[in-house]
Ligand binder design. Structure first.
Ligand code: ADP
Length: 479
């Protein structure tokens, strides 16, 4: 398994949750799964134990050979984790860039990383059945195996799987960067890794992988359409026989109100006292004073176009008039930081905004809110709504991608359903859905029922790991 981030080592989003959990879920099913990551500065600063293997690798970057050292750590379940140490690339304050933009040498950083993944396997003589890489940062691994290592005895029986976590991030670089990829110019064609004159590292994964997976059924269908495909729709439709939609699981050892160490009091389905305290504690951390019965809506997420912050901004006046409290935690693009700070100044008593990446606070929001809002334009899987269900925090989501696959609309007639979802990406649809959700808050039998329904949903990793396992077998049989 190769990824550019994984819990508990480094995280900016859902990819890290998946890359940290899936290897362990597969290990629990009897597989030997090892993870390869860059050795980032944040890992060096953490207290995670790491040992030096004293092995080094070298890969061709431009007209030089660049080297790195391999360090080793472990996941909780014992899976070995190989860390590629190259200070000049990975010892930086962030993983990919700052609020001002991406690091300008990302092509070099991740072409190096992808080549290093192959080099580590060779250097350690690992006899791998499947290499599973994720997103554009490791897309290059697929053509490296299928083209460059085509005749290498070590990889004759190796199958390659590639997972798309978000089509909007493609790793597009100008063609002058071909000298960083380790690939021959013969693959720089529209059938290969070229995308309108540029190198596209995500496309490299899609074209050369034996199987492509994405993180929900609905998103696997959406990305074959123009609206969601970001230019990859035609290619994905062509490859649909090899395209799998496998929903992410949740790591309930991390996200469980009964044992969560980040929240002020644990609680369970048959004991809600703790949740009340969590709510008071959350409001206190945001400095919001309000009556205990005021409904609190929480939101945690990267501040990017995808996540619907513009919709929140356009609806905020009316939303505040509904008498709710909205609590937001997020980090990302500078323009959203500015926008949300302005809004919170305008509504200090009902809108709490923190611009930060803060895992402990994310847990407090899951536990302390009554509702969890995800008005995403698109959402490949989305993990927060899955976590919120376990915390009895009712999701209000836009019906797209994994949000649509995991949230079912509550029906007051049958008492079935675990949340609320709206279709149109518009302020009116959002407000109307929040109004409907609020109405339930004041009807105790239904409110209790929906929270019970939410908390009994099970999205544990084992089911998803089984799906991955089936996919691995299919591609191995074809080798
Ligand atoms: P994405 O991968 O698009 O960012 P997901 O919902 O799949 O969205 O995953 C987001 C993950 O990152 C969740 O585990 C969420 O709690 C976490 N997260 C996102 N933003 C923050 C933040 N500002 N502080 C703490 N955790 C965050």
């Amino acid at each position: 398994m190769a990824a550019s981030e994984a819990v508990p080592f480094a995280k900016t989003g859902g990819l890290a949750d998946v890359a940290g959990s899936l290897p362990q879920a597969l290990a629990a099913r009897g597989h030997d799964v090892r993870l390869i990551l860059p050795y980032y500065g944040c890992i060096k600063k953490s207290s995670i134990p790491v040992t030096d293997t004293k092995l080094t690798i070298s890969v061709p970057i431009s007209n030089k050979w660049e080297s790195a050292r391999i360090f080793e750590s472990r996941l909780k379940a014992g899976n070995p984790v190989y860390l590629i140490d190259r200070e000049s690339y990975y010892n930086r304050p962030e993983l990919y860039g700052t609020a001002e933009g991406d690091y300008p040498d990302n092509a070099e950083r991740f072409c190096f990383f992808s080549q290093a993944i192959v080099a580590v396997i060779k250097r350690m003589g690992l006899n791998v059945d499947v290499i599973h890489s994720h997103d554009w940062q490791t897309g290059l691994v697929c053509p490296l195996i299928k083209v460059v290592e085509k005749n290498s005895p070590l990889f004759q029986k190796t199958a390659v799987a590639f997972t798309l976590h978000n089509l909007a991030y493609q790793g597009l670089f100008w063609h002058y960067d071909m000298h960083l990829t380790g690939l021959p110019w013969s693959v720089f064609t529209p059938e290969g890794i070229e995308f309108y004159g540029k190198i596209n590292l995500l496309k490299a994964g899609i074209v050369y992988a034996d199987a492509i997976t994405t993180v929900s059924k609905k998103y696997s269908e959406e990305i074959q359409t123009k609206e969601f495909g970001y230019g990859m729709d035609g290619l994905l439709a062509q490859r649909r026989k090899d395209l799998y939609g496998i929903l992410n699981g949740a790591d309930y050892t991390q996200w469980n109100p009964e044992s969560d160490p980040f929240i002020i009091q644990n609680y369970a389905r048959d004991n809600w006292e703790g949740k009340k305290r969590c709510k008071a504690d959350l409001l206190h951390s945001y400095g919001i004073k309000t009556a205990a019965e005021t409904a609190v809506i929480g939101m945690v997420g990267r501040m990017a176009d995808q996540k619907g912050y513009d919709l929140i901004a356009s609806a905020i006046g009316k939303l505040m008039k509904m008498g709710v409290v909205l609590i937001i935690l997020g980090k990302g693009e500078e323009r959203y930081h500015r926008l949300l700070r302005q809004l919170s100044k305008a509504h200090p008593e009902r809108l709490g905004v923190k611009i930060a990446f803060d895992n402990a606070l994310a847990h407090k929001i899951e536990a302390g809110s009554d509702y969890f809002l995800m008005p995403s334009r698109y959402e490949p899987c989305g993990l927060n709504q899955i976590y919120s269900l376990r915390y009895g925090t009712i999701p209000i989501v836009r019906a797209t991608g994994g949000l649509d696959d995991t949230v079912t609309e509550y029906d007051t007639g049958t008492g079935r359903g675990n949340g609320f979802k709206f279709d149109r990406y518009s302020k009116e649809s959002l407000l109307e859905k929040i109004r409907q959700a609020m109405a339930l808050y004041e009807r105790p039998p239904h409110w209790d029922k929906i929270r019970q329904n939410a908390m009994t949903c099970d999205f544990s990793w084992d089911r998803s790991a089984h799906e991955y396992e089936k996919m691995y077998r299919t591609i191995l049989e074809k080798r």
